[in-house]
Design a protein. Structure first.
Length: 380
C-alpha cells in the first residue's frame, strides 16, 4: 500500500466545495494556533504549520486546486501535471501575505510578542508520511513484525544530504547575512521576508550536488521494519520516528505514521478487547446438555452446555479474548449458541420425534406457554 500525505481539505478542516473565503478563514485560525513562534516547546507545531501552508497554497490557486481535485497529491510529484515538488510557496511567506506586515519587529512580534523568523532547522525538516497497513485479526491479537516498502525522498548518497558537490561547501548568504530573513522598511513599517536567495536557509552552496540538484535528497525505495504491538485495534496510528521524508540540506527527517486496518474475520467479531462468535449445537445437546468445543484464537476450548439451553443463549469464556494493548488484562470470548433444528429426517427419526412430541406437555415449553398467555387476546 502506498504512502500518502494528508488530504488538503482535511488539513484545513473544510469541505471539498469550500469557497476561497472559507479556506482563508480556516487557514487564518489554524496558522495562528500552530505557528512555531507561538509554540516554541512543541516540535510538531512546525510540521503542522508547513502542512497548513501547503494546503492553503494549493486550495487558493484555481489551477493547483483543479489538478489536486483530479489527481490528488500525484499532481505535484514527479511527472505531475505541470507542477513539481518545488511548486509550493514558503509557508512563512504565505503567512505574511495572509496577515500582512506588522509594526516594529514585524508580523511575528505583532502576533506573538517576539521578534525573529522561524527556526532554520525546523523549516528544513522533512515531511511526515502516512502508510495504511492491513493486518488480520490474529496479527492484531498477538502482535507481529512487518516490513514495508515505501518510495520517499531519502538522503542523497552522493552528497550525504549536504546538497553540495564533493569538495564544495556551504557559505553564509551575503544577501541576508546568514539570517535567512531580509527586512524592508516602508516608512514606519518593517516587513520581514524570507531571503529570496537562500530561501530562508541562511546559507548557499558554492557548487550544488548534480545528483540531487542541491536539495540533499532523492527519491528512493525504502524498506522499513515495524513492530505491531499485541492488542492493537482498528484505526490505531503508530509513529515511526525519522522514517518520513529526509530533510532539505541535512535538515531533520520527518516521521512515518502507520494507520492500522484490521481485516474482517470469518469466525469472530471484535468489540474492544472482547470477541464474539456464533456456535451451532445439535438439538439433542441443547435439550439433554453436554460438552462442546468452542473455537478461540489460541485453539479450541471446552464449554459445558446445561440441559434445556435455548437458541441464542450466550456463554462467556473468561480471558479468551484479546490482550489489552497496554498489557493490563485479557478480554473475554462470548459464544452465542445456535440450536440447529434437524432437517431431512428419515422415517425412523420422524417417528421417534413424533412420539417425543406426543409426550411433551406445557411444562416442557414454558416460554411458549408464557407467550401465548400474554398474547391470548390477539387470538380472539
Amino acid at each position: 500500500m502506498a504512502t500518502e500525505k494528508r488530504d488538503y481539505y482535511e488539513v484545513l478542516g473544510v469541505g471539498r466545495s469550500a469557497t476561497d473565503e472559507e479556506v482563508k478563514r480556516a487557514y487564518r485560525k489554524l496558522a495562528v494556533k500552530f505557528h512555531p513562534d507561538k509554540n516554541p516547546d512543541d516540535p510538531h507545531a512546525e510540521e503542522k504549520f508547513k502542512e497548513l501552508g501547503e494546503a492553503y497554497d494549493v486550495l487558493m490557486d484555481p489551477d493547483k486546486r483543479a489538478a489536486y481535485d483530479r489527481f490528488g497529491h500525484a499532481a505535484f510529484g514527479p511527472g505531475g501535471v505541470g507542477f513539481g515538488r518545488g511548486a509550493f510557496h514558503d509557508p512563512f511567506e504565505i503567512f505574511r501575505e495572509v496577515f500582512g506586515g506588522g509594526f516594529g519587529g514585524g508580523i511575528f512580534e505583532t502576533f506573538f510578542g517576539g521578534g525573529g523568523g522561524a527556526r532554520t532547522e525546523d523549516r528544513r525538516r522533512g515531511s511526515d508520511l502516512r502508510y495504511d497497513m492491513e493486518i488480520n485479526l490474529e496479527e492484531a491479537a498477538f502482535g507481529v513484525e512487518k516490513q514495508i516498502e515505501i518510495s520517499k525522498l531519502d538522503t542523497c548518497d552522493k552528497c550525504q544530504g549536504s546538497g553540495a558537490e564533493p569538495g564544495s561547501r556551504r557559505i553564509s548568504c551575503s544577501t541576508c547575512g546568514g539570517r535567512g530573513q531580509v527586512v524592508s522598511s516602508r516608512g514606519f513599517f518593517h516587513i520581514s521576508q524570507t531571503c529570496p536567495r537562500c530561501h530562508g536557509a541562511g546559507e548557499i552552496i558554492e557548487k550544488p550536488c548534480q545528483k540531487c540538484r542541491g536539495e540533499g535528497r532523492i527519491e528512493k525505495l525504502s524498506r522499513i521494519k515495524l513492530q505491531i504491538p499485541a492488542g492493537i485495534s482498528e484505526g490505531t496510528r503508530l509513529r515511526s520516528l525519522g522514517n518520513g521524508e529526509a530533510g532539505i540540506g541535512s535538515g531533520p527527517p520527518g516521521d512515518l505514521y502507520v494507520v492500522i486496518h484490521v481485516k474482517e474475520h470469518k469466525i469472530f467479531q471484535r468489540e474492544s478487547d472482547d470477541l464474539y462468535c456464533g456456535v451451532p449445537i445439535p438439538f439433542s445437546v441443547a435439550a439433554l446438555g453436554g460438552e462442546i468445543d468452542v473455537p478461540t484464537l489460541e485453539g479450541k476450548a471446552h464449554l459445558k452446555v446445561p440441559a434445556g439451553t435455548q437458541s441464542g443463549e450466550v456463554f462467556k469464556l473468561r480471558g479468551k479474548g484479546i490482550v489489552n494493548v497496554n498489557g493490563r488484562r485479557h478480554g473475554d470470548l462470548f459464544a452465542r449458541l445456535i440450536v440447529e433444528v434437524p432437517s431431512h429426517l428419515n422415517a425412523e427419526q420422524r417417528r421417534k420425534l413424533e412420539e417425543f412430541a406426543a409426550v411433551c406437555g406445557d411444562e416442557n415449553t414454558p416460554m411458549r406457554k408464557s407467550f401465548f398467555e400474554r398474547a391470548k387476546e390477539f387470538f380472539k
